[in-house]
Ligand binder design. Structure first.
Ligand code: SF4
Length: 249
């Protein structure tokens, strides 16, 4: 599997576990608020996975899990083999995904290769083209299938970043009503309706020069540097109408 970056230890990327964290290059979306924009067109040398597995063998008993993030890891042909090698070492495996590649997710689930899946649900269906800046065909059904499959992994979570949305060239915050619709979408497609974990995350202005210029701190009005706590709380109220377990992260 292609790996662009590697963080040997993480205490936050697999809930309750010490994990090693890998970032795969490439993504099928082009979200303006992406915090890993350098991964989208990554053409660096990357990391050889042999080095990672040697480290994991040497640190058996210390590292509990491997977290696979990106970019979008389901674009990697070697993802299944990589996850299998990790499982063979007795590690837990977590996947961060945007959920678009539901057939790959189904295979990973059938083969029991992933223990924990975290899916970014970008917002309600109608905001997807604006947020992902990607032309999406059959979006509502595809998104629903992704949510349904992900909700059937041993552990899963859904999360949404409350980001600025550009309508007619001007930014505005995503609204509580839109978050309510997002939570309803997750509820309606989840296998265990109403029980899904859902997290609302604040947006933070991008400080990397490779980032989308409309989301760079230097170009944003000050009120869009970070999602206001008041808005997060108002959105949480709407989300909990559909998903009582919703929380602010
Ligand atoms: S789906 Fe994730 S990795 Fe891909 S562009 Fe959007 S925020 Fe970045």
């Amino acid at each position: 599997m292609k790996i662009a970056f590697w963080q040997k230890e993480s205490f936050i990327d697999y809930p309750g576990k010490i994990s090693t964290l890998v970032f795969t290059p490439g993504c099928n979306y082009n979200c303006g608020y992406c915090h890993n924009p350098e991964l989208k067109e990554f053409d660096g040398k990357g990391i050889n996975e042999t080095e990672i597995f040697e480290y994991l063998i040497a640190n058996k008993g210390w590292i509990d899990a491997i977290a696979i993030s990106g970019g979008e890891p389901t674009m990697q042909i070697g993802l299944k083999d990589f996850a299998k090698k990790a499982k063979d070492l007795g590690l837990l495996v977590k996947l961060d995904t945007n959920g678009a590649a539901y057939t790959i997710l189904q295979q990973l689930k059938n083969e029991k290769l992933i223990d924990y899946v975290a899916m970014d649900v970008k917002g309600p269906v109608e905001l997807y083209p604006l947020i992902t800046k990607t032309k999406l065909i059959g979006l509502r059904d595809n998104l629903g299938k992704g949510i349904s499959i992900i909700s059937q992994f041993p552990e899963s979570e859904f999360r949404t970043t409350l980001c600025p949305v550009y309508n007619n060239g001007e930014p505005r915050w995503m609204t509580p009503e839109e978050i309510g619709k997002t939570a309803e979408l997750i509820h309606d497609w989840s296998f265990h309706q109403g029980k899904s974990s859902y997290f609302l995350q604040p947006f933070k202005a991008i400080e990397k020069e490779e980032g989308d210029e409309k989301f760079l701190r230097e170009n944003l009005p000050a009120e869009f540097y970070e999602t206001p706590q008041k808005l997060l709380k108002e959105c949480l109220v709407e989300a909990q109408k559909h998903l009582p377990n919703a929380k602010i992260r």
